[in-house]
Design a protein around this ligand. Structure first.
Ligand code: PEP
Ligand code: MN
Length: 338
């Protein structure tokens, strides 16, 4: 932490700040400039948050942290990217990870049709919500445990891993019994009791960015899971809320290189929830691959016009196949394989 003293701060004020820093367990180094004095407080400030409180001492103008607050998710902490294995699938590393499937599990017929279509197209994991976080309590809320059972059934029948959203910490054991990857939705990104409990589970967590979560906040959310012991966290950029109304949210494409620079965790992009419109999904998938994403998540429904949730942003099976074919050269150019 750097403590910047005000112009004209007295000797006494400077020495009081320095004593306080030493009292807190850091080493204090004074640098005297032409106009200003600054004090460097040396020590791992991430474990001792009190240094910021020095701002209220007489003569102090500002306190500036040097280290990032995220320790375990930081790329500096590991220096190599995390690769998460789900069955034969590798998430992170050289592979382009593809998750696809309907927004919600609606019936046995629907999920089997969707699974067959996405598997044929080359998806590695089937998605499908059983517990749905709907904006309105009157909208379809998902099939609950019945949906989980269908996911397990289709997973075994077609030999494809499955991913579903978890909303309630109390449901974790139940959901973990049925699926391979546990998804935290945008409305629960900062649900800290949920994240902490997911940190004790031995399955990968697919953590979506919240509608108004900064990149740093997203990484701090990942930190909640990692610090409880679960190292298998996949981050997902799914669009943030801005003033723009032409799309459901705004895909923050710049979060991809930022995250790739800041963290060793895999970064997946979801253009369906970002735009709300299937027509924008293929171009944005290409953009995400070009920007360095480790994977993509897309909603695919056998009959989007009849979907109980997110139909307008869901690809028909033939459009998913088109996406996969068109993505190939982009994936190659990015130095990855499917
Ligand atoms: C979903 O993946 O279907 C979903 C609800 O996404 P989000 O949490 O990003 O809105
Ligand atoms: Mn959805």
């Amino acid at each position: 932490m750097i403590i910047v003293m005000k112009n004209g701060a007295t000797e006494e004020e400077v020495s009081e700040v320095m004593s306080k820093i030493e009292e807190m367990g850091y080493k204090a180094h004074l640098i005297t400039g032409v106009e200003k004095k600054i004090i460097g407080a040396v020590g791992d400030e991430r474990e001792k948050a009190q240094l910021e409180s020095l701002i209220s001492m007489p003569g102090v103008e500002n306190t500036i942290p040097i280290l990032k607050p995220y320790k375990l998710s930081s790329l500096q902490a590991r220096e190599e990217k995390t690769v998460i294995k789900v069955g034969d699938v590798e998430i992170g590393g050289k592979h382009m990870f593809m998750v696809a499937g309907p927004c919600s599990v609606e019936s046995e017929e629907q999920i089997f049709q969707a699974a067959a279509a996405v598997k044929e197209g080359g998806a590695h994991v089937l998605r499908g919500g059983a517990f749905k976080p709907r904006t309105s309590p009157y909208s379809f809320q998902g099939m609950g445990e019945g949906g989980l059972k269908l996911l397990k059934k289709v997973s075994e029948a077609l030999n494809i891993p499955v991913q579903t959203e978890i909303m309630n910490p109390e449901d974790i054991d139940l959901v973990a019994e049925y699926v391979d990857i546990l998804q935290v939705g945008a409305r629960n990104t900062q649900n800290f009791p949920l994240l902490k409990k997911l940190g004790t589970v031995g399955k990968p967590v697919f953590l979506k960015r919240g509608l108004s979560t900064t990149i740093e906040e997203l990484l701090m959310c990942a930190e909640y899971i990692l610090s409880e012991g679960n190292q298998q966290v996949i981050l997902c950029e799914r669009g943030i809320r801005t003033f723009e109304t032409a799309t459901r949210n705004t895909l923050d494409i710049s979060s991809i290189p930022v995250l790739q620079q800041e963290t060793h965790l895999p970064v997946v992009v979801d253009p369906c929830h970002a735009t709300g419109n299937w027509k924008y999904v293929i171009p944005l998938c290409k953009a995400a691959v070009a920007a360095g994403a480790d994977g993509l998540m897309v909603e695919v429904h056998p009959n989007p016009q009849e979907a109980l949730s997110d139909g307008p942003q869901s690809l028909k099976p033939e459009n998913f196949h088109k996406l996969m074919a068109e993505l190939e050269p982009y994936i190659k150019l990015a130095g990855r394989t499917l």
